[in-house]
Structures are given as structure tokens and as C-alpha cells.
Design a protein around this ligand. Structure first.
Ligand SMILES: Nc1nc2c(ncn2[C@@H]2O[C@H](COP(=O)(O)OP(=O)(O)O)[C@@H](O)[C@H]2O)c(=O)[nH]1
Ligand SMILES: [Mg+2]
Ligand SMILES: [Zn+2]
Length: 330
């Protein structure tokens, strides 16, 4: 998969609502310090500057207009960057993203939201029981990861309550790592997978996401056992937050509050394009092929595949099916 590299000199500035002249008089901010956005809340961003420990509270500079700045973004900051209580620095630059986990509110909503920027891995947390596992949720998450440039890892929880193998087997042909991450499972495999990387965590409420994050980052003290993390409660978080793994061995970005995972922005070609072997063959498909095979796409070139690639094509078609069914998986 083609992954773009950061280029900190590349500022992507959208003009704001007013029509101020765009770049002419804009300061260059050569003195900006770079860091990572770790929190976002009501017009305030927490940024951990490179080499620093705690976050600096920031606002978005006016010249950035309404440019979305999300948890995981690399940004340049000017002003009082001491992080002392009561100080407020300014985000003046936004580096190009290496990955973007996106969603729309539902499958018909054209407006894309960025859930997490720059995560390398997507940990898809799914319980094998209580609540029962939902393949549709996993499929949608996989699609979002593949098209967003994140490497998905399926983390199965509550493995003490049911056998996980049948559910895990559903995803075998996609070459997605499946790790058992229940309370009684050792986490060494997961730890070695995420070590040195930035990983976003997604999953339904109640699947054991916070329990898992607390095992990975004990000082995080994420609240567990809540009926619902979203909406009503005043103290419940609806925003992503980046947590440093012990020993500075990477970051976990917890993403509470995703109630729906619309994929209106995703096309079949983007999903197929995430798999090199399939993408190559799909170049021979007729124009507008939706890659589903007969009867809808009788000339789909994916049907010429054999062996592991054919199994992968079948698995990707199952994903494409999930893309078309507007399941509300809340
Ligand atoms: N039996 C069992 N219960 C678990 C496991 N992981 C979490 N739980 C329980 O499931 C409930 C929801 O867990 P929580 O971490 O709050 O889920 P979250 O909503 O995804 O953050 C809590 O009562 C946990 O104690 C597990 O592996 N096995
Ligand atoms: Mg939770
Ligand atoms: Zn095709």
C-alpha cells in the first residue's frame, strides 16, 4: 500500500469562511515546535512536543481556518509552549498524514470525519460472547483500516466465555492477525505487535476495550464496566485520547464513542486496491466493475484467480457486501 511520508514543511491550509488572502502575509513560523496531538476537546488540543513528557494546551491559529486537527496529528506549535498551567499555545502547522481512520455518520452521509490520524495499527476489539461477536462490525472496521492505510489486528476478548476459533476463522483469508486478548490471556503477542508503533483501538461499548487498554497502559485508569460511554453522562468522554505505552514503546489511541461507522466515502476499488495481488488482476476488470462477480459483475477479473488469492478475493467480496449493507451495528 502506498503510504505517504510526513512532510513537515507541507502545510495544508484551507481558506476560512471569509476570503482573506491566503498565503501572502502569513508568517512562516520557522520557530514552530512539532509534536503530536494527544487530546482534542471543545476547541482545545493537547500536544506533546517531541522530546517532552506532558501536553501543551493549544488553540488552532486563525490562519488554519477550520482545518480539522485530530488526535494523532503532527502539528507545529508557537507561543507559550511551556505547558505551565493557564498557558495557551497556538497550532500553526499541520503535517501531512501517513494514515487516516475515517468514518461518516452513516452510509449515506457525505461528510467524512477523521477519527484518528497517523495510526499505524488498528486494534479491532471484539468480544466472542456477551455481547455476541458481530462480523459486520469487524468487516467495516477492516475496510476502514485497509482504505485508511492502517494495519488491522483483530483482538478477541472474553475468550473465557466462549471458544474464539470459529469466529477467528472467518477472517483467516484476509491475512489479518487475530490475537486472543481476554482477561485470562497473556498479552505478550499483542505487546510485541504494538511495541514501537501508534495503534488506534476501536470496538463496541462493553466488549472490554477499556479493560484491555488498562492492561496495556496501567496508569491510564480508563473507566470500565460503564453501560454506555456515549452521550448523556457529563463525565463520559466522546473523544479519542492518545496514551503513551510504558517504556516509551509507542502510543495507544483509545477511541470511545463511535456509535456508527459509515463508509459512504469508500468505493469498491479502494478496498480491492488494499490487496496487491487483487489490485493487479482487477486492472483487467471492465470499467465500473463493482468486483462482486456474477450475476452483478459477470466479467470481474477477480474470478480468474486461484488458490490463496481466490480465497482472499472471496473474503474481500464479503467485505464489499458489508460495505453495501447499511447495517446499524450499534
Ligand atoms: N468475562 C470477561 N469479562 C470481561 C473481559 N474483558 C472485559 N470484561 C468485562 O466486560 C465489561 C465491559 O468491559 P469494559 O472494559 O468496560 O468495556 P468497554 O466498554 O469496551 O470499554 C466489564 O464488566 C469487564 O469487567 C473478559 O475478557 N472476560
Ligand atoms: Mg470503555
Ligand atoms: Zn472486478
Amino acid at each position: 500500500m502506498a503510504r505517504r511520508r510526513y512532510d513537515e514543511s507541507d502545510v495544508r491550509v484551507r481558506p476560512g469562511k471569509g476570503s482573506r488572502p491566503r498565503t501572502k502575509n502569513r508568517p512562516e513560523h520557522r520557530d514552530a515546535l512539532f509534536g503530536m496531538v494527544v487530546t482534542k476537546d471543545r476547541g482545545r488540543w493537547g500536544v506533546v512536543l517531541d522530546g517532552a513528557r506532558g501536553p501543551v494546551v493549544c488553540m488552532r491559529a486563525r490562519e488554519l481556518g477550520r482545518t480539522p486537527i485530530e488526535v494523532g496529528d503532527r502539528v507545529g506549535v508557537v507561543g507559550d509552549t511551556s505547558g505551565a498551567p493557564g498557558t495557551l499555545a497556538r497550532i500553526v502547522r499541520l503535517a501531512e498524514r501517513s494514515s487516516v481512520l475515517r468514518r461518516t455518520a452513516d452510509d449515506t452521509d457525505p461528510y467524512e470525519r477523521i477519527v484518528v490520524a497517523n495510526a499505524e495499527l488498528l486494534l479491532i476489539v471484539c468480544a466472542v460472547a456477551d455481547p455476541p461477536p458481530r462480523a459486520g462490525f469487524v468487516e467495516r472496521s477492516l475496510i476502514a483500516a485497509f482504505v485508511g492505510g492502517l494495519r488491522p489486528v483483530l483482538c478477541l476478548t472474553k475468550t473465557d466465555l466462549a471458544d474464539h476459533r470459529a469466529f477467528a476463522a472467518e477472517f483467516a483469508d484476509l491475512n489479518v492477525p487475530v490475537l486472543t486478548c481476554g482477561v485470562n490471556d497473556p498479552l505478550d503477542h499483542l505487546l510485541s505487535t504494538i511495541s514501537g508503533h501508534t495503534s488506534a483501538v476501536i470496538g463496541h461499548s462493553g466488549v472490554g476495550k477499556s479493560t484491555l487498554v488498562n492492561r496495556l497502559v496501567p496508569q491510564a485508569e480508563r473507566a470500565t464496566g460503564e453501560v454506555s460511554e456515549v452521550g448523556k453522562g457529563r463525565h463520559t468522554s466522546t473523544q479519542s485520547v492518545a496514551l503513551r505505552l510504558p517504556g516509551d514503546s509507542g502510543w495507544i489511541i483509545d477511541t470511545p464513542g463511535i456509535r456508527s461507522f459509515g463508509l459512504a466515502h469508500v468505493g469498491a476499488d479502494a478496498v480491492v486496491g488494499a490487496f496487491e495481488d487483487l489490485a493487479q488482476v482487477a486492472q483487467d476488470c471492465p470499467r465500473g466493475c463493482a468486483h462482486m462477480g456474477p450475476p452483478a459483475d459477470p466479467e470481474c477479473a477477480l474470478d480468474s484467480l486461484s488458490g490463496a488469492s481466490a480465497r482472499r478475493a472471496a473474503a474481500v467480496r464479503a467485505l464489499l457486501g458489508a460495505l453495501r449493507t447499511n447495517v446499524d451495528w450499534d
